[in-house]
Design a protein around this ligand. Structure first.
Ligand SMILES: [Zn+2]
Length: 285
């Protein structure tokens, strides 16, 4: 039902900008073979249209000339500029919180390894799979060209400095973290839920990389809709903030590691624009 409502609203937006309501009756025999880019196909798909019979047609414009338009699902016309506008409205970009971690610092990543190490009674040590996933998550971050460095600290004892403590907690597959504070520190805890154990190492790597990225200030790319979860209800932007990160695209980015929800086939690796986003926020010198 949500999808239907959404499609109707999109159709309204498309048709409301047309002056001539007879467009559905037009003859499209002049279909040409101009190539439609993969990026354009992805943008159209992200608006929940079927792209299997997508075509490019010449359609008469109000000046008496012809305008190239997408013909979608056989009866919907959309100009290139309108596609761009609709894609921008989807807001699946990269976003950061107002607070960030100070750049050019080392962040210790500390797996729970002692009963008194962390607050809360339901946090336990990582499983061996989760510990391997954490090693990969830290490698993902250290492979970026950024000012931050990450180091796993297994003890013994406490250590000072900026740190994120990583534990397992009871729950369904997934994880939880918070955002940086106003003093340049990452969020202090990352937790991976016990249900994650039944998923692959790659999925566990995805979860821990994702949560550590929250702890250094990244928000979900689809925070405003949680589209990746099948919702059309987003998270609120504030008080943490949802600031667009320059250099990251509009349009749906299915490869992002920062989508709100994940699937069982995640690679655990950053998408291209995840890297662009983090390298923008924490430039190396
Ligand atoms: Zn998240």
């Amino acid at each position: 039902m949500k999808k239907l409502t959404y499609l109707l609203s999109v159709c309204f937006l498309i048709f409301s900008c047309e002056k001539d309501e007879s467009i559905i009756e037009e003859d499209f025999s002049s279909i040409d073979t101009e190539e439609i880019s993969k990026d354009e196909i992805a943008k159209i798909a992200s608006l929940n249209f079927n792209t299997s019979d997508l075509e490019m047609v010449d359609y008469p414009n109000s000046e008496g000339g012809l305008e190239k338009m997408f013909l979608i699902e056989g009866d919907i016309l959309m100009s290139r500029s309108r596609l761009e506008e609709l894609s921008n409205e989807k807001l699946t970009k990269q976003y950061r919180t107002y607070n960030l971690v100070d750049n050019n610092v080392k962040i210790y990543i500390i797996p729970r390894n002692a009963p008194d190490f962390l607050g809360g009674t339901d946090r336990v040590a990582l499983t061996s799979k989760q510990r391997s996933a954490l090693t990969r998550a830290v490698a993902n971050l250290n492979a970026l060209d950024i000012g931050l460095t990450f180091e796993i600290y297994d003890g013994p004892g406490l250590i000072s400095g900026r740190q994120i403590k990583v534990s397992q907690r009871p729950g369904a597959a997934g994880g939880i973290a918070g955002f940086p504070d106003s003093n340049g520190n990452p969020f202090r805890n990352v937790d991976i839920f016990s249900g994650s154990e039944s998923y692959s190492l790659n999925v566990n790597e995805h979860i821990l990389t994702h949560e550590i990225c929250h702890a250094i200030g990244l928000r979900h790319t689809d925070w405003n809709t949680r589209q990746s979860c099948g919702y059309n209800n987003g998270e609120s932007a504030n008080p943490e903030g949802a600031v667009h990160i320059p250099g990251t695209p509009t349009g749906y980015d299915s490869s992002s590691l920062m989508k709100a929800c994940f699937g069982s086939s995640e690679s655990g690796n950053f998408g291209y624009y995840d890297k662009v986003a983090i390298e923008y926020l924490y430039p190396s010198n």
